[in-house]
Design a protein around this ligand. Structure first.
Ligand code: SAH
Length: 216
């Protein structure tokens, strides 16, 4: 398919927000606005860019994928971002989820195992002038102890169990969203919340399919 010009991408993004995000029940106005603003196509390699606003995950290189738009919006809504929140993302990938979350919180820390993807995401984020996202290459299983604790933790690759370091690095009142389950099969999206006393409750949200969280 031929490359689209900028205004075609803008129109495709508006349609995506209407048909995939609002129509399926995403209600939080700030999340809808963030989906309307983040230029998803600029986080996707040129060869796949024409599919940026399709209702599907898209390959981003290194065998990885950027999540379907609806899943990005759903996970963002479920962690209930607040302007003063400090967030951690595991699995930077293209940088798109970080770009959606960044305007809704104070700062986003994001970890990626693949250096190539992290560098590409850093470039896209810099070109788009995001100034409250810090990237790092490493194994996100261990979280980011130097910046902990976090109000929000979003895991965008699927572990077989919830990494204990991430639970430990969640603030009282914090929210952790994570797809949990077997590799390359259906996983369950889980929302963990830590109350003021440090007690953790878990809610299963819906079946999803993510690439596996790999270990170093
Ligand atoms: N949030 C991304 C999509 C992520 S796909 C986006 O918006 O584009 C999942 C990513 O997690 C992949 O890039 C993969 O390389 C990365 N990943 C897998 N295991 C990891 C680990 N242990 N630590 C950090 N990143 C990991």
């Amino acid at each position: 398919m031929r490359a689209l010009d900028d205004s075609s991408y803008d129109a495709a993004r508006e349609t995506m927000v209407r048909e995939q995000i609002v129509a399926r029940g995403i209600r939080e106005p700030r999340v809808i606005e963030a989906m309307r603003r983040a230029p998803r196509h600029l986080f996707i390699p040129p060869a796949e860019r024409h599919r940026a606003y399709a209702d599907a995950p898209v390959p981003i290189g290194e065998g990885q994928t950027i999540s379907q738009p609806y899943i990005v919006a759903l996970m963002t809504e479920l962690v209930r971002p607040q302007p003063d929140d400090i967030a951690l993302e595991i699995g930077t990938g293209s940088g798109y989820q970080a770009a959606v979350l960044a305007p809704l919180v104070k700062h986003v820390y994001t970890i990626e195992l693949e250096a190539t993807l992290s560098q590409r995401a850093a470039t896209a984020l810099r070109e788009q002038k995001y100034d409250n996202i810090t990237l790092r290459v490493g194994d996100g299983y261990a979280g980011w102890p130097e910046q902990a604790p976090f109000d929000i933790i979003m895991v965008t690759a699927a572990p077989e169990h919830v990494p204990q370091p991430l639970i430990d690095q969640l603030k009282p009142g914090g929210r952790l969203i994570v797809p949990v389950g077997p590799r390359f099969s259906v996983q369950q999206l889980q929302l963990l919340e830590k109350d003021a006393k440090g007690k953790v409750s878990t809610k299963t949200v819906s079946p999803v399919m993510f690439v596996p969280l790999r270990r170093d």
